[in-house]
Design a protein around this ligand. Structure first.
Ligand code: FAD
Length: 310
């Protein structure tokens, strides 16, 4: 059994592992895919103090840094169920999909999140080649170009306002007959000269030239007509889904399925901490996930040293 068992091996889990291991306590990381979302990322320009790096490069640096310490990395292990300790200071159990189970006196949950995809032809093919999911990350790559934002909820409208200050033109596409974002955001959006809003529109495909996105097609849901829009980028903003389905019965989740944590990263269960994109933290970014993982690692240590000696 581990003193600190981390579930999830993205930036949050890696930071938690390093902070815990540096305290000299027995630390393990179980991850479905060590590296996490970073593995799916091309250019990273907001990892502070590093002007530019690439996802796979950062992912291998994460792993190498964790391996500098005595941390047991269990890659390709998917957690399926959490059984919290019955008594304070007892072991929490994580049951893996393959039936095995791991135990930790403290747990740090850092299973991240995934962007909801449109599921249309071309979306996968042109991912990172014009199809993007994170305006904070990739917005500046489209400076002076034309982009679309898919989704008229708060995140879509925020993204459109953000991008309108960087790119040449933004087309916002919403499936419903009206936007669903807060009124104040909608007013701000409507005031911008380089934004066009199209409602009742179903995106049907991403067009490209084999190398990069060149446009998209949408269907007018009122009249059934198909339309094409020429552009260089598409930001999909139809939801970020936390990887917390396996935790539903064990700890408190927000209505959106995010793990509720306090300022120390502690969940509703004593001795179970969480960090990164799977939590209620307001912004989902690499540096933020690393900071949160470090917080959770230190909090787990703090918890352990306060347990009565048995
Ligand atoms: P993740 O990176 O999601 O890691 C989660 C980990 O948990 C993985 O190891 C996963 O395999 C594992 N896991 C999930 N479920 C289970 C389970 N049931 N059992 C075991 N393991 C599990 N952020 C930036 O700051 N800058 C950028 O430029 C940037 N670009 C991005 C581009 C793309 C295409 C994407 C998708 C995201 C981008 N982000 C960027 C966001 C950034 O990648 C995330 O904020 C960050 O990776 C979150 O870290 P995390 O450790 O919380 O979760």
């Amino acid at each position: 059994p581990f003193e600190v068992l981390i579930v999830g091996g993205g930036p949050a889990g890696a930071a938690a592992a390093i902070y815990a291991a540096r305290k000299g306590i027995r630390t393990g990381v179980a991850a479905e895919r060590f590296g996490g979302q970073v593995l799916d990322t091309m250019d990273i320009e907001n990892f502070i103090s590093v002007s530019h790096t690439e996802g796979p490069k950062l992912a291998s640096a994460l792993e190498a840094h964790v391996k500098d310490y005595d941390v047991e990395i269990m890659n390709l292990q998917k957690a399926a169920k959490l059984i919290p300790a019955q008594t304070e200071g007892g072991y929490h159990e994580v049951v893996l999909e393959n039936g095995a189970s791991l135990k930790g006196r403290t747990l740090i949950l850092s299973t991240g999140a995934r962007w909801r995809q449109m599921g249309v032809p071309g979306e996968d093919e042109y991912r990172n080649k014009g199809v993007a999911y994170c305006p904070h990350c990739d917005g500046p790559l489209f400076k002076g170009k034309r982009v679309a934002v898919i989704g008229g909820g708060n995140s879509g409208v925020e993204a459109a306002i953000d991008l309108a200050g960087i790119v040449a033109h933004v087309t916002l596409i919403e499936y419903d007959s009206q936007l669903r974002a807060d009124a104040v955001l909608q007013r701000k959006l409507a005031s911008l000269p380089n934004v066009k809003i199209i409602t009742s529109a179903l995106t049907t495909k991403v067009d490209g030239n084999g190398e990069r996105v060149t446009g998209l097609s949408y269907k007018d849901r009122n009249h059934g007509a198909e339309h094409d829009v020429e552009l260089e980028g598409i930001f999909v903003q139809i939801g970020l889904v936390p990887n917390t389905e396996w935790l539903k019965d064990a700890i408190a989740l927000s209505p959106r399925g995010e793990i509720e944590i306090d300022a120390r990263g502690e969940t509703s269960q004593p001795g179970i901490f969480a960090a990164g994109d799977c939590t209620t933290v307001p912004y989902k970014q690499i540096v933020i996930a690393m900071g949160a993982g470090s917080t959770a690692g230190l909090s787990a240590f703090d918890y352990l040293i306060r347990l009565p000696t048995s």
